[in-house]
Design a binder for this molecule. Structure first.
Ligand SMILES: Nc1ncnc2c1ncn2[C@@H]1O[C@H](COP(=O)(O)OP(=O)(O)OP(=O)(O)O)[C@@H](O)[C@H]1O
Ligand SMILES: [Mg+2]
Length: 371
């Protein structure tokens, strides 16, 4: 997968940009605040509908403008792909794929897979479980087109069950509660099954990836910590998992009555990441945490290549300067496994060794020039 052409109109500090890109490595060099992250952000937004910085659309529109536009022409294993995203303050988002308007942003998920590495990714290791669930969910959306609707369905049921707990002051009529429990369990099964299988695959690929980055260090471990403890969800033992979920709901009933909130289920899933038997979050150094976050991102790339059958477009925002020589080399070598890598840096210091095949661009106040 690689982007051939990127066009921006009124996106962040870009009034108008048309940029031709090639496969392989491209470096974007420019001073702080020139628009390097904005460029990568635009590609990430059109890939999955949202900014990796969690910014709302209204804040991504160039100041004073009514809307923004992002267009990408990419070459994929399915041939040429044209995505066009328009957001307007008064109309919201509209996305078209190869000239055909899509009803929902989600309908394009997985068509243009992108993986972004940015300093904010440290949250994956340091932050709350929400970030780790998002990591699993986004990867699953890119791998399985049906996953998004399963996710949506579960969260709709969850919202309604929570509403019921609120309107009934934590004490709904038993028949109603049982009906919502049954719906929640039914909606949760495919979600938990997908996450469980994905976590197992991540756990399998992580040690080798981390070994490449960290040399002979002890492998890190990743474990799925399900919000429904006690059963492994799979199509064969759906019954067993449903029973475990029902038991978990019964166990937490008294607390749910007080807090008026659903306290077990896949919305409480987490990933436990440990090193030498201790939690990375509370035990490892900043540098080790950064390595762990990077390894998780590499695992994302590896699974998209392996399971999705195509190398995603890789966006490296400001990460190279934080790595030592050996790790930088290991990272670039891994990422060069076909496809395209777009890399930003404030300066091209000696640390970032340009290679003959790489292309260089200067970014300056919302303009990009081929160097
Ligand atoms: N909605 C917007 N409209 C206009 N300009 C914006 C908007 N949002 C951000 N900017 C401008 O974009 C610039 C920041 O761009 P960006 O984050 O891409 O910089 P950068 O090149 O990545 O810098 P650094 O090296 O510090 O990471 C800032 O100057 C900011 O004022
Ligand atoms: Mg930046």
């Amino acid at each position: 997968m690689h982007v051939q052409k990127l066009e921006l109109i009124d996106f962040r500090n870009y009034q108008q940009l048309t940029l031709a890109l090639t496969p392989g490595r491209s470096f974007f060099i420019g001073p702080n605040g020139s628009g390097k992250t904005n460029l990568l952000e635009a590609i990430r937004v059109i890939s999955c509908g949202r900014s990796h910085r969690g910014t709302r659309d209204g804040d991504m529109v160039r100041v004073g403008c009514p809307g923004y536009r992002i267009s990408v022409r990419a070459e994929s294993k399915h041939g040429c792909l044209e995505l066009d995203l328009v957001w307007r303050r008064d109309q919201g988002k509209r996305l078209s794929l190869n000239g055909v308007a899509l009803e929902r942003m989600a309908d394009a998920l997985g068509r243009f897979p992108v993986v972004i590495f940015s300093p904010g990714e440290l949250e994956l290791v340091q932050g709350s479980p929400i970030g780790r669930r998002k990591y699993l969910d986004l990867l699953l959306c890119q791998l399985f087109p049906t996953y998004y609707d399963q996710w949506l369905n579960y969260h709709r049921v969850l919202l309604q069950r929570n509403r019921l707990l609120i309107t009934s002051r934590g004490d709904p009529p038993p028949a109603e509660r049982e009906a919502w429990d049954a719906s929640l369990i039914q909606a949760g099964l495919p979600l938990a099954g997908h996450r469980h299988r994905l976590a197992a695959k991540l756990a399998e690929v992580l040690p080798a990836l981390q070994g490449r980055l960290a040399g002979g260090a002890q492998p890190m471990r990743l474990e799925y910590r399900p919000g429904v403890p006690g059963a492994t969800p799979s199509s064969r033992n759906g019954e067993e998992w449903a029973a475990a979920f029902r038991q978990a709901l019964a166990r937490t009933r008294a607390v749910e009555r007080r807090r008026r909130l659903t306290l077990s289920g896949p919305h409480r899933d987490d990933l436990a990441i440990s090193w030498e038997g201790r939690s990375i979050r509370t035990f490892a150094s900043q540098g080790q945490q950064r390595m762990a976050a990077l390894a998780l991102k590499l695992a994302e790339v590896e699974l998209l290549r392996r399971e999705g059958g195509e190398a995603p477009v890789l966006l490296l925002d400001d990460v190279l300067s934080e790595l030592d020589d050996r790790r930088r080399g290991a990272l670039l070598e891994f990422l060069d496994g076909g496809g395209q890598t777009l890399i930003t840096a404030a300066t091209l210091d000696g640390a970032i060794r340009p290679d003959a095949a790489a292309r260089f661009y200067h970014v300056e106040a919302g303009r990009v020039h081929h160097a």
